[in-house]
Design a protein around this ligand. Structure first.
Ligand code: AMP
Ligand code: MG
Length: 311
């Protein structure tokens, strides 16, 4: 599991202003490691750590499920092609499918637009004992909608709501909503996958150059890329305003997929382990009942054996 100081390294301290340009999407502190051993060896090591993390995560999830007290909401936000889908695939690969769920949020439907903006997300929150992943989330309502304010016109808001203050009010709504969740035992973990514009160019180009990956390329990818600077500003504002003691953001360097996958799995595992969960205690009375059940089942075998002999 990741060391605490390492966990602290990627967290956005509440109240701290985020400047994405100052944060290296390539994981600068590990540049020395890359220079010394080369990417291949570092990747191998990261894969090993990821494998161990996934084993630890499976154990942590088992405990989460058995203790049935906390749920974990994992929020993934990023620009297109930053690796959200890959992270979900990897992180989920070792989990018990009964105890986890993923929701992808696309453009809201008419029915969704007929409700308050948090409604569709509330409906899909994880239950206690489960890990729920949001592939995009209510943060889109202060990101894509802020970059394209004309989307607000589809949200059927009453007059006077759409003024300058709307973003500040939405950040505040989100902070209160997340406070409500954590007060009710839903842990909120938020990851922003930080990838450079150049890395996105390479990944989108790779999709276009490989017919097997054409399906991954969306007609909106290039038009949205043209708003890169606006998105970065919207992310900086949102990350600054909504990283709280109870629901902090983690900014994950994501130019290397092996790094982002390893880090997300690690932070998720570390967070669940830090809850200090225990398997439900067995009382003396229950122990007696279990022993009685055991004896009953053992006797059944003897009865069956006797039955076959006399038949
Ligand atoms: P993808 O996740 O790449 O399949 O794309 C989903 C699309 O839905 C993205 O372009 C998002 O920006 C968009 N989207 C998600 N949530 C919202 C929202 N609340 N309002 C408008 N667009 C959204
Ligand atoms: Mg997309």
């Amino acid at each position: 599991m990741i060391q605490k100081s390492f966990l602290n390294k990627f967290v956005v301290k509440p109240g701290k202003e985020v400047h994405l340009r100052d944060l290296d999407p390539g994981w600068a502190s590990h540049k020395d490691l890359l220079d010394k051993f080369g990417e291949e060896r570092v990747m191998k090591l990261a894969k090993k750590i990821l494998k161990r993390n996934l084993e630890n995560l499976a154990e942590a999830q088992n405990l989460l499920w058995a203790s049935d007290t906390y749920g974990v909401l994992v929020i993934l936000q990023a620009m297109d092609a930053a690796g959200k889908d890959g992270i979900i695939r990897h992180v989920m690969s070792g989990l018990n499918p009964q105890a986890c769920q993923v929701h992808n949020f696309k453009k809201p439907t008419n029915d969704e637009l007929d409700h308050n903006f948090l409604w569709r997300y509330m409906k899909n929150l994880p239950q206690r004992g489960r890990i729920g992943i949001f592939n995009r989330s209510y943060y889109e309502d202060v990101l894509v909608v802020k970059v394209h304010p004309e989307y607000l016109d589809t949200q059927k808001l009453p007059p006077g709501i759409k003024g300058e203050n709307i973003w500040r009010h939405r950040y505040s709504d989100i902070n209160h909503f997340e406070k409500h969740l954590t007060r009710n035992g839903i842990i909120v973990l938020k990851f922003y996958l930080h990838m450079s514009k150049e890395e996105q160019r390479k990944r989108l180009l790779a999709r276009l150059n490989n017919p097997a990956k054409h399906w991954k390329f969306s007609d909106s990818d290039l038009p949205e890329r043209a708003y890169w600077d606006d998105y970065m500003k919207a992310y900086e504002d949102a990350l600054t305003a909504t990283s709280t003691e109870w629901a902090p953001w983690y900014i994950i360097p994501s130019n290397h997929k092996w790094a982002s996958r390893t880090l997300v799995a690690d932070i998720l595992t570390g967070t669940i382990c830090n809850l200090g969960l225990e398997f439900p205690k067995i009382t003396a009375d229950r122990k007696k009942r279990l022993e009685a059940a055991r004896i009953q089942l053992e006797n059944e075998v003897e009865d069956l054996a006797e039955g076959t002999m006399t038949a």
